[in-house]
Design a binder for this molecule. Structure first.
Ligand code: M6R
Length: 340
């Protein structure tokens, strides 16, 4: 039941802190598996990270973390599996909330038959994808009813951050407080997200821009608002926006910047370029304020991605609701996609 919430989507966003807490404590009690997977990641010749939709965005985030460590990693949109030839020495990380997405299954089947080993991260025990994997990690997000992935995305990012931190000698123990960062972000954001969502709902097109680890979050923000509010949104690496996309920007064109605090100076150049054309700037900032925006939310966080995730989801939710749409059942979409 919705337990007093108007929609499952908003209920499930509010369940994110618990989902993250349960997932991190489950990983901490299963360090044997984490250790084995970490070793596989460090020894692999290539790490191919596959998933669809939201899960692909979590995968891209992880793949960027790996390439920053010097690991050869390929982020693979699952349905495009035929573009990669697998080989021994490859490790596949397959990410899927349902564990049943046919595109993800096909990608792991192909690459496995060519010699790769498979790690799966799913939210459903003994799901089809889990059954076909050599190593399984389960998210403990609980059931997700809304078609839009919300708490499961935040939980995927948390699991992947844990795996990354463990594998590369970072402070993985700090993730035991990750749920608090998520909770604080949700509490601090409701008002901002409602205003931004209502404004964006009136637009035809939106850009979501970010650099580095913010790019997958920009992509996820664009997917989420498109999916539930039917406003066309596109994400770009912020620096890439001047190589074409900026030609659309005129007075009032909305641009959501994701500023995770890593490269605020570089990002600011892109903000100024957009402003100079009349773009209307909305800013989600973590750890470093950027200014220059029509509206900016500022959060402090040890885990920027985990704080930004509920913000982009709340914006999408309020955009849908302000148009009178039911965000739990967007048209043309199914929760689990079982056709190729
Ligand atoms: O169950 P999965 O994680 O494999 O599903 C993948 C996508 O179909 C899914 O994330 C989809 O993009 C969501 N509706 C996004 O909110």
């Amino acid at each position: 039941s919705k337990e007093g919430y108007a929609h499952f989507m908003i209920k499930e966003i509010h369940e994110s802190p618990k989902a993250v807490r349960d997932t991190i404590s489950s990983l901490m009690s299963d360090l044997d598996v984490v250790e084995k997977i970490s070793e596989e990641i460090r020894q692999a010749e290539r790490v191919i990270v596959t998933g669809a939709g939201t899960s692909y965005h979590a995968g891209l985030y992880f793949s960027l973390l790996l390439t920053r460590e010097g690991i050869t990693s390929i982020p693979l949109i699952a349905s495009e599996y035929y573009n990669v030839k697998g080989k021994r020495g490859d490790l596949i990380i397959a990410i899927s909330q349902s564990g049943e997405t046919i595109d993800v299954l096909q990608s792991i089947r192909k690459l496995k038959s060519e010699g790769a080993k498979v790690v799966s991260i799913t939210n459903v025990i003994e799901s089809a994808i889990a059954r076909e994997s050599d190593y399984k990690i389960y998210m403990r997000a609980g059931p997700e009813i809304g078609v839009a992935a919300t708490k499961t995305f935040t939980t995927q990012v948390a699991s992947l951050l844990f795996l990354y931190s463990y594998a590369f000698g970072k402070d993985w123990k700090a993730l035991k407080d990750a749920d608090k960062e998520v909770e604080q972000a949700i509490n601090a954001t409701e008002g901002f997200a409602k205003r931004v969502g209502e404004e964006l709902a009136k637009k035809q097109n939106i850009y979501y821009l970010g650099r580095g680890l913010s790019l997958p979050l920009a992509m996820e923000g664009a997917l989420k608002i498109k999916e539930v509010s039917y406003v066309h949104a596109e994400a770009y690496p912020a620096g890439e926006s001047k190589h074409g996309p900026i030609s659309l920007v005129e007075s009032g064109f909305p641009i959501v910047f994701i500023n995770d605090g890593e490269m605020p100076e570089l990002l600011k150049n892109n903000v100024m370029e957009m402003k100079a054309r009349g773009g209307k700037i909305y800013m989600i900032s973590v750890n470093r304020k950027l200014g220059e925006a029509e509206l900016e939310i500022f959060l402090n966080s040890k885990f920027p991605a985990l704080s930004i995730s509920p913000v982009i989801q709340l914006i999408a939710y309020y955009a849908a609701v302000s148009k009178g749409l039911d965000p739990d059942k967007p048209r043309n979409l199914a929760k689990t996609v079982t056709v190729e």
